[in-house]
Design a protein around this ligand. Structure first.
Ligand code: FAD
Length: 446
């Protein structure tokens, strides 16, 4: 009898396998495709590799501000693709090395569950005390007329491009849509971003999304909100996205339609109903220890449909291991930082104003434009916004601006420790740094 079988080796599955093994559990990890899952192979890592290509192009376009003249440049797409693939394969190798070093049993195959203590893979039964389902998610594609045309793609396809499109329509302005829109815009692609709701990045702080919209527009992205894709059609070898924008029908010529309308849980072909695991179309239902309706069977990460982020999947798994070992880890799942890698970066942690309605909360904002380091970087757009509750405890922070993805972790730490803002003000920040924007924002609460 093994201690733990994990189905799926994405950031939920493989990180949990490593953690569990390090804590002495006898672990089996089963993956039907490539270790690293969506995040490493089709998500976080390849997009961020492209993001940094786009960032370099952006910097080069702005070099005149620094007195440097680069009047001509060319882009070698094959190098971009190779760089991205090398990063991904290096990361896959790193994971495989760790798995080997720790002597974790990694089985290649599609797993199924027979009962709460039996997993089947490659026609063999594995008996185990505990099972974790970490089968992830896949793109949710909306059906429309023309959805079978060769210009229509998901976020998985776009990361395998050989050449870059010149005209792109992005359907859905969530995190993936906005990241892709801003990245491809830097590659001199003419981008139209279409969002069904009346604002882009719907779940984010209201001021952040307004600001993001203005900054994206300023970069030349054509944004249509309260708009929906009706169809994609081909006329004389050219393709058009037909869009209903506030009742007006528009035809936008395009050579790439990216459908980024969300993700759905991937139940991995598991017989959930037959074995008694409750689920909805949003995901497998779990309790606060990520245990499903079938005891000793847990579900973590995207397959639960709760906050689809790689680091969240990993910490879900840590929580499960701590539960199995009866050594509870005090992870605060209300404080999961999230980042949008667009230009500029956006990062958030904790509550937004609408969560605090009816309470005596206070807010403060500090702009990047007065920060000396931001001026040196020539990246002065954006602000830090903080929300504190009636006890002067920081409960939410939303950043749009340079290095937002790094700055957010200082704030997360403070929030985790429940430090009062008067104490936070005592923490010295070095000068001149971007971190001073966070420090100034906190000092602004009197
Ligand atoms: P996955 O990574 O999806 O892994 C699930 C694994 O299970 C897969 O490898 C699959 O092959 C395997 N599997 C499924 N069924 C079976 C079976 N029956 N038997 C065996 N194996 C099976 N998140 C971030 O935090 N930051 C980002 O910057 C970010 N960027 C993203 C960009 C894009 C374009 C996309 C699509 C996603 C991005 N995400 C990002 C989200 C992130 O990728 C996911 O939240 C994360 O991968 C979820 O991890 P997981 O372990 O739950 O599932």
């Amino acid at each position: 009898m093994r201690d733990l079988v994990i189905i799926g080796a994405g950031p939920g599955g493989f990180d949990t396998a490593i953690h569990a093994k390090e804590l002495g559990l006898d672990v089996v990890l089963i993956e039907k495709h490539i270790v690293g899952g969506t995040c490493l192979n089709y998500g976080c890592i390849p997009t961020k590799a492209l993001y940094h290509n786009a960032k370099s192009i952006k910097l080069m376009k702005d070099l005149d501000v620094f007195g440097i003249n680069v009047s001509d440049y060319s882009i070698d797409y094959s190098v971009i693709k190779e760089r991205k693939e090398t990063i991904v394969s290096n990361q896959v190798k790193n994971i495989l090395t760790t798995i080997k070093k720790l002597k974790i049993d990694l089985i290649e195959g599609t797993a199924s569950i027979k009962d709460r203590h039996t997993v089947i893979v490659n026609n063999e039964e594995i008996h185990t005390k505990n099972i974790i389902i970490a089968t992830g998610s896949s793109p949710r594609l909306i059906p429309f007329e023309g959805d079978n045309l060769p210009v229509v793609h998901s976020s998985k396809d776009i990361l395998a491009l050989d050449t870059f499109p010149k005209k792109m329509v992005v359907i859905g302005a969530g995190v993936i849509g906005c990241e892709m829109a801003t990245i491809f815009n830097q590659f001199d692609c003419d981008v139209t971003l279409v969002e069904y709701q009346n604002e882009i990045l719907p779940p984010l702080d209201q001021d952040i999304k307004k600001r993001a919209r203005n900054l994206y527009k300023r970069q030349g992205i054509n944004i249509m909100t309260s708009a929906s894709l009706q169809s994609v059609k081909e006329v004389d070898g050219l393709y058009y996205a037909v869009i209903d924008h506030k009742g007006k029908i528009l035809e936008v010529e395009t050579d790439y339609v990216l459908v980024s309308t969300g993700r759905q849980p991937n139940f991995g072909g598991l017989p959930l109903e037959e074995v008694g695991i409750d689920y909805t179309k949003q995901g497998i239902i779990v309790n606060s220890n990520f245990e499903t309706s079938l005891s000793d069977v847990y579900a973590i990460g995207d397959v639960t449909g709760i906050l689809m982020l790689a680091h969240k999947a990993t910490y879900d798994g840590y929580k499960v291991v701590s539960h199995i070992l009866k050594k509870d880890m005090a992870i605060n799942f209300n404080q999961v930082p999230s980042v949008v890698f667009s230009f500029p970066e956006i990062a958030s942690v904790g509550l937004v104003e609408s969560d605090l309605e009816g309470t005596e909360y206070r807010k403060n904002k500090f702009m990047f434009k007065t920060n000396a380091k931001a001026q040196c970087l020539n990246e002065t757009d954006g602000f830090v916004k903080m929300l504190v509750d009636e006890n002067d405890i920081l409960v939410g922070c939303h950043i749009i601006g340079p290095h937002a993805s790094d700055l957010i972790h200082e704030v997360s730490t403070i929030m985790y420790k429940n430090i009062n803002i008067s104490e936070y003000k005592n923490i010295i920040h070095a000068h001149p740094t971007i971190s001073e924007v966070v420090s100034e924002c906190i000092k602004g609460f009197h």
